[in-house]
Design a protein. Structure first.
Length: 502
């Protein structure tokens, strides 16, 4: 166990990011080159080894956090790696990208600062690769069963790795030119360098997983034929139906969806372009949306040399303390500053966000380009415009980051496999991740397209990377049970499980 008095001896000390001006000059990770040890081992010693570790419940993967904290505190990186990999296929992804609901659920958070669980996880994950603790694990024997996984985001990759390692022959189909989904083109390199993704893909290739890029199932590949050629199919196409901003002036040039903008910047880092076709350089930028995608746009625009950046958030500014209706161990809505917000504050001296604000209209130039955005304050709950609060701010590039409303509608994939949507706008599925479709009109009950499973945001709606990986693992267990009659694969969550709420 860890030092039983560690939480009394050591205050919380997160790993410091690189200086703002330094990281704004490149696309390297914000922690690149920072010394994680021995600070992380000391911080791991703050873990109290609780009798009931609520951090397990805060994480949908069920990560064995007190166990790998104890090993990290002693510098036993091999044992820490084994316990971390026992529940998480890709800890180097979650250690960088997850907002760490486990820390909000840490028992220390009741009346003190929680353990820096995310820093510990990233450090263990990095030590795994530095010390060679992530060799390929090909199956001892093949089952003779084949599985097609459609989509190569974290859910698809997790499902593919689990099914490959159990002995099935797995092929992953990705419509983009590279594997990774939003991990590849949606997440900026300063949040996660693509080398972490690349080496996992190489590990999976060595284990036997096949990858097929540039293949849009439902268009380039007939989904019905794909199902006929495989014993099972796992759909993990994500929730990529982007929410729109239906206000006057939306048709003006210079207004882009965030997921049309971010991939272009990532392609520059990948070497596809010398400079991005859409850039913030020298422009007044407005980001509509206060979530993580908006923060990613903010950090990207700053690195491209924007003249100014403003981020609009329709929600009121949160307080610093937990709201009364969100008690521990719920992940609370409190005032948080991402690395991108820190970078903007460092340059401008103020938070780039305008809270309780909504877009009324865009104004354009004579040649049809956006030049300004008219906004208004809104009431906290009803979100109605406040009278006499309209104002106009310059906007030469507008990025719409309002999130996603589920998987893309009306695709060939949907039609060919007979998929239908649930009440939340996601692909309908039963309690074992199996896809559901509508019966003919004369039948009222739903049916299941045999051998087709839905994992990740496509069935859950937009969520966190930890939920996507947990979904992939659980859907893999369901598919294995369908193929063989039983399974030894773990299923950390069910399709209807949700984060802790009051």
């Amino acid at each position: 166990m860890t030092d039983p008095r560690g939480f009394l001896k050591f205050p919380r000390r997160p790993v410091p990011a690189r200086p703002v001006e330094e990281r704004l000059s490149d696309w390297d990770e914000v922690y690149a080159g920072q010394a994680l040890l021995p600070l992380v081992s000391e911080q791991a010693d703050r873990c109290m080894d609780c009798g009931i570790p609520f951090c397990h419940n805060g994480c949908p993967l069920g990560n064995l956090i007190p166990e790998w904290n104890a090993y990290a505190a002693r510098g036993d990186w091999r044992a820490a790696a084994e316990r971390l990999h026992a529940t998480n296929n890709f800890p180097e992804f979650t250690g960088r990208l997850c907002p760490a609901p486990c820390e909000a659920a840490c028992v220390l958070a009741l009346n003190a600062d929680p353990v820096t669980i995310k820093n510990v996880e990233q450090t263990i994950a990095d030590q795994i690769w530095e010390r060679g603790y992530a060799p390929p694990h090909p199956p001892e024997r093949l089952s003779g069963k084949t599985v097609a996984v459609i989509g190569s985001g974290p859910a698809g990759l997790a499902a593919a790795q689990q099914l490959t390692r159990i002995g099935h022959t797995v092929a992953v189909y990705e419509r983009a030119d590279r594997i990774g989904g939003l991990l590849r083109y949606g997440i900026p390199a300063f949040k996660m360098a693509k080398q972490h993704l690349d080496r996992r893909i190489e590990q999976m290739r060595a284990e036997g997983t096949k990858f097929r890029t540039g293949m849009d199932v439902g268009s380039d590949v007939d989904a019905t034929e794909l199902r006929r050629r495989h014993d099972a199919v796992v759909i993990a196409v994500g929730a990529t139906e982007q929410r729109e901003l239906p206000v006057p002036g939306r048709e003006l040039h210079g207004i882009h969806q965030a997921m049309d903008y971010l991939p272009l910047a990532n392609r520059v880092v990948e070497g596809d372009f010398a400079s991005p076709p859409v850039t913030a350089e020298g422009k007044h930028v407005v980001i509509v949306g206060g979530g993580d995608t908006g923060s990613d746009c903010l950090g990207t625009a700053l690195r491209q040399g924007a003249a100014s950046v403003v981020q609009l958030d329709i929600n009121p500014e949160p307080g610093d303390a937990r709201p009364d209706g969100e008690p521990w161990p719920i992940y609370p809505k409190v005032y948080r500053i991402s690395h991108a917000h820190e970078e903007a504050r460092g340059r401008e001296g103020t938070d780039p966000r305008i809270f309780s604000s909504a877009t009324l209209r865009f104004e354009g130039t004579a040649d049809g380009r956006v030049r300004a955005l008219c906004l208004t304050e809104v009431e906290p709950t009803a979100r109605r415009p406040r009278p006499d609060t309209e104002r106009v701010i310059p906007a030469e590039l507008v990025l719409v980051a309002l999130g996603f409303s589920g998987p893309e509608r009306g695709t060939g994939l949907m039609r060919q496999l007979g998929l239908t949507l649930d009440e939340r706008g996601n692909f309908a599925r039963d309690g074992d991740f199996a896809a559901e479709a509508a019966w003919p009109a004369e039948r009222a009950a739903p049916m299941r397209p045999d051998g087709v499973f839905v994992a990740g945001d496509a069935g859950r709606g937009q969520s966190l990377v930890v939920w996507a990986i947990a979904e992939g693992r659980a859907a893999a267990a369901a598919a294995d049970r369908y193929l063989t009659g039983s399974t030894a694969l773990p299923a950390p969550i069910g399709p209807r499980d949700r984060p802790l709420v009051a």
